[in-house]
Design a protein around this ligand. Structure first.
Ligand SMILES: Cc1cc2nc3c(=O)[nH]c(=O)nc-3n(C[C@H](O)[C@H](O)[C@H](O)COP(=O)(O)OP(=O)(O)OC[C@H]3O[C@@H](n4cnc5c(N)ncnc54)[C@H](O)[C@@H]3O)c2cc1C
Length: 464
């Protein structure tokens, strides 16, 4: 189908946030309040931090400050793949922390189990479906990567199933598929906005004071308490947790480690059951392909198909602006790839198209730390795989603030920082060269040029 026609009536908004069930925002902060813990950011990082702080100690007075509305940013507009991996995939984890990969994998899987249990305990209905995720190969040279990951999974005792072409097409039928690897326990599909809203409700029920439309403009040490300045008020808190994602960090040192990268998504209208039957997909797994530039796609509870990824865009200078949420050239590419993957769905149209910003760091997985004599903790850098991992990061922040040494805080992954990005304008040059090289590598059977090999040697890269 002509991509332009298929996109013509699509709303320029995130589907998940564009629903009547969106709650009224909580009030702004007006005046001065004090708290034991102030959490900045109302995405998954901040929400899990506030919720688990109250679970750890119900007497703790917790305030959550969100600059706009809960879940409006990455947390409410993502693909909804809630992965067990806290290392942006097994391969990335193995490359960076070979001595810790077993522990990191176990902690990630425990985290996903705990998310499932926590959602049940707090009555958060976000269509959580523990379907697992299949990585598909669509080019011959990608099959080796699936074999390697299958072997690694087997060595860690994971329930990963290598599917040949016929087995893969029996699960989900695309003429482009050459094989797949199904990590059966490693991911759940969620409705991300309902997850954010549900966590907000759970926080409110436990007594967290939530202030929306309350951007924190300043942070300073006011002696025994830290002071967070907002347009109409101030919070004075003994401890602060920062979960501010890709946005300009309140702690200037974090700027060196984070770049804002835009990722784009399409959502189809609901696909009628008889049309969906043409491609199978009875087990409703999340799917992703294996190139450097990859697509991710999944079903919603009303059988829409979310189709995103491929172009991960860094706008030179690193500006975050609403204008970047829309990129017609990328939407057209995505739509074209959709019909190439599923020609059976000719005629199915898109209802929504949107983008969002992710907090990319050079090691593709979160980093952590403290400031102000360990009265402030932060976690950022999830690089496009934070739906599940932010809960792990929230636990790390709470461990760091408590001063307790835990299995989590002893990890090298937690103790070490990623390599910083160079300052602009070098930053833009380096990132655009890397993006160009990755696209070229996909076009040349995965061969990596001298630039990518140099980055590989230093454990650096660019991903979404
Ligand atoms: C299009 C897209 C698709 C994605 N798909 C997936 C996926 O399928 N699976 C996956 O695991 N991950 C995915 N991700 C990444 C995932 O959404 C993020 O890793 C995760 O949501 C990060 O949560 P967060 O709370 O750290 O950040 P955010 O959700 O960005 O929240 C940060 C919040 O902090 C607030 N804030 C910032 N500064 C201040 C301030 N000074 N004062 C007050 N508030 C402030 C912001 O307003 C924002 O609400 C995707 C991301 C995008 C954009």
């Amino acid at each position: 189908m002509d991509p332009l026609k298929a996109l013509a009536d699509a709303e320029r908004k995130p589907y998940w946030l564009d629903r009547a069930i969106a709650p009224e925002p909580s009030p702004r902060l007006v005046g001065q309040v004090s708290a034991d813990l102030a959490v900045v950011g109302g995405g998954f990082s901040g929400l899990w931090t506030a919720l688990m702080a109250k679970e750890r100690d119900p007497s703790l007075d917790v305030v959550l400050l969100e600059g706009r509305e809960i879940g409006w940013a990455a947390s409410g507009r993502n693909g909804g793949f809630c992965a067990a991996s806290i290392t942006h995939g097994l391969g990335n984890g193995l490359d960076r922390w070979p001595e810790e990969i077993g522990t990191l994998d176990r902690l990630g899987r425990e985290n996903l189990d705990e998310i499932e249990a926590s959602l049940a305990r707090h009555g958060v209905d976000c269509s959580f479906e523990r379907t697992g995720e299949v990585r598909v190969a669509t080019r011959d040279w990608e099959l080796g990567g699936l074999d390697e990951e299958a072997a690694l999974g087997a060595s860690l005792g994971l329930r990963m199933e290598r599917l040949d072409r016929e087995q893969m097409r029996a699960e989900v039928d695309s003429p482009t598929y050459l094989g797949g690897l199904w990590d059966r326990d490693g991911a759940a599909m969620v409705d991300p906005a309902r997850l954010a809203w549900g966590l907000r409700d759970a926080c409110l029920r436990l007594g967290v004071r939530v202030f929306e439309r309350t951007p924190v403009r300043s942070l300073r040490d006011g002696g025994s308490l830290l002071e967070l300045g907002t347009p109409l008020g101030m919070v004075r808190a003994s401890m602060v947790a920062l979960g501010t994602g890709a946005f300009a960090p309140l702690l200037s040192r974090l700027r060196h480690f984070l770049v804002p990268v835009y990722d784009y998504v399409l959502m189809t209208e609901p696909v009628p059951a008889e049309r969906l039957a043409e491609i199978g997909w009875r087990n409703r797994q999340g799917l992703g392909d294996s190139g450097n530039q990859f697509h991710y796609y999944r079903l919603t509870d009303d059988n829409r198909i979310l189709w995103g990824g491929y172009d991960a865009v860094y706008y030179n200078g690193g500006l975050i602006t609403a204008g970047h949420d829309q990129r017609d050239a990328t939407f057209e590419t995505l739509a074209r790839h959709f019909y190439e993957t599923f020609p059976q769905l000719e005629g199915v149209r898109f209802s929504h198209k949107w983008g969002g910003v992710i907090d990319t760091c050079s090691r593709f997985s979160a980093f952590f730390g403290t400031a102000y004599g360990s009265r402030l903790a932060y976690a950022a850098g999830y690089t496009g795989l934070g739906v599940g991992a932010t809960r792990f990061g929230a636990n790390v922040m709470l461990d760091l603030l408590s001063g307790e040494r835990t299995e989590r805080t002893r990890l090298r992954m937690v103790r070490r920082k990623p390599v910083p990005f160079p300052p602009e304008p070098l930053r833009s040059g380096v990132i655009q060269l890397t993006r160009w090289s990755l696209a070229r590598s996909d076009a040349q059977e995965g061969r990596r040029n001298a630039w990518l090999r140099t980055l590989d040697a230093f454990g650096l890269g660019f991903d979404s």
